[in-house]
Design a protein around this ligand. Structure first.
Ligand code: NAD
Ligand code: DAU
Length: 355
């Protein structure tokens, strides 16, 4: 048996592939375009593993995807591939439209053609699992209840709008063609192999490099944090037992304001890798111009997943964030490699224009 994972060289996809190969006998075909966010170093541990078949390519390449499906006959597709960074979607939305909308559409077309020719159990047991985000639901005010699966879609950034469009396409392929799809909408992830353009890895990297820790606006925006391996376990559980056509929200009930998250990171770093001058890393916190259209609060109600499929996160925010800081302290070479070259241009572009 084989599964096809897309975007498996990115942050969540690579964590998923590593855990899958460690915990199952099934092979993984890993299709990834290796954009700036894709990194084969994340997969170094499975470099010589025969059950990991890496294919450098685009989910929007219908011919390539069709050929892979015909050759490997996967029993499931897990679609992680996407442009994922909100700030980049504000600077340049085009790639988000191409990959998240057009790419998902072409992938669905290739999968539909493949699935429609399957027979018997191969057809009835086949699954297409689409990995999506809580950002499709828009933002919450302080007193609003957390997002449920039946919340309205109200995306507010080019990134979330493109993910919302892809979710709609996935569901339309179920409703119209009967394709057996599952969708997961997860809150903010953190953990190993997180690219340092996102708040948590950027703050750890900048702290250790003696650079400012940029907080957008007043730092009171709230995100709901989930350790990446808990997201992966939720995806495995939904793949195994999720009801076809259903959506499952994934989250760890860990709402935190951004400033609180960065304060926590500083406190852990103060213990594990104190500054030479004895001062706290908090001294490096710098308030900068806000993100345009910045969503104030996200919060996920994961009770459907917990109730129906018995899933629970293994990590609390406190245990997960400590493990994450430890991972970055132990993986200097990984950080040094991903923060060279184009990364610096991005930092200049994104932070250079903020006062
Ligand atoms: P990431 O940016 O770290 O990785 C994306 C991966 O997709 C990269 O390896 C990249 O090379 C690949 N990719 C991009 N365009 C491609 C294309 N056209 N064809 C093939 N591969 C392509 O993203 P991530 O944080 O790992 O997120 C993975 C998925 O999970 C995304 O769909 C994202 O929307 C969703 N998600 C992320 C979070 C989060 O907090 N990071 C939370 C909820 C949902
Ligand atoms: O909610 C799920 C989403 O979480 C995923 O769908 C996205 O792919 C993922 O990138 C993430 O989006 P966010 O925009 O919430 O993540 P980011 O790490 O970019 O920002 C987290 C919060 O921190 C957000 O309120 C903006 C703020 N921030 C971010 C950066 C990079 C800062 O204050 N300073 C920064 O330098």
């Amino acid at each position: 048996m084989t599964i096809l994972v897309t975007g498996g060289a990115g942050f969540i996809g690579s964590n998923f592939v590593l855990e899958w190969l460690a915990g199952s006998d099934e092979a993984v075909v890993n299709l990834d375009a290796l954009t700036y966010a894709g990194n084969l170093e994340n997969l170094a541990a499975v470099h010589s593993e025969k059950r990991h078949i890496f294919v450098h390519g685009d989910i929007g390449n219908f011919d390539l995807v069709s050929q892979l499906l015909a050759e490997y006959q996967p029993r499931a597709i897990l679609n992680f591939a996407a442009e994922s960074h909100v700030d980049r979607s504000i600077h340049g939305p085009e790639d988000f439209i191409q990959t998240n909308i057009v790419g998902t559409f072409r992938l669905l077309e290739a999968v539909r053609a493949y699935w429609s020719k399957l027979e018997g159990e191969a057809k009835s047991q086949f699954r297409f699992l689409h990995v999506s985000t809580d950002e499709v639901y828009g933002f919450l005010n302080k007193e609003d209840p957390a997002f449920k699966e039946n919340n309205r879609y109200e995306p507010s950034s080019p990134y979330s709008a493109s993910k919302a469009a892809s979710d709609h396409l996935v569901r339309a392929y179920h409703h119209t063609y009967g394709l057996p799809v599952l969708t997961t909408n997860c809150s903010n992830n953190y953990g190993p192999y997180h690219f340092p353009e996102k708040l948590i890895p950027l703050s750890i990297h900048n702290a250790l490099a003696g650079k400012p820790l940029p907080i957008y606006g007043d730092g009171q925006q709230i995100r709901d944090w989930l350790y990446v391996k808990d997201h992966c376990s939720a995806i495995r559980r939904v793949l195994e037992a999720g009801r076809v056509g259903e959506t499952y929200n994934v989250g760890g009930w860990n709402e935190k304001a951004n400033l609180e998250v960065v304060d926590t990171l500083c406190a852990i770093l103060d213990q594990l890798s104190p500054r030479a001058d004895g001062k706290s890393y908090k001294e490096q916190i710098t308030f900068v111009t806000d993100r345009p259209g910045h969503d104030r609060r996200y919060a996920i109600d994961a009770s459907k997943l917990e109730r129906e499929l018995g899933w629970k996160p293994a990590e609390s925010f406190e245990t997960g964030i400590r493990k994450t800081v430890e991972w970055y302290l132990e993986n200097h070479a990984w950080v040094a490699n991903v923060t060279s070259g184009h990364y610096r241009q991005w930092v200049d572009q994104n932070y250079g224009e903020r006062s």
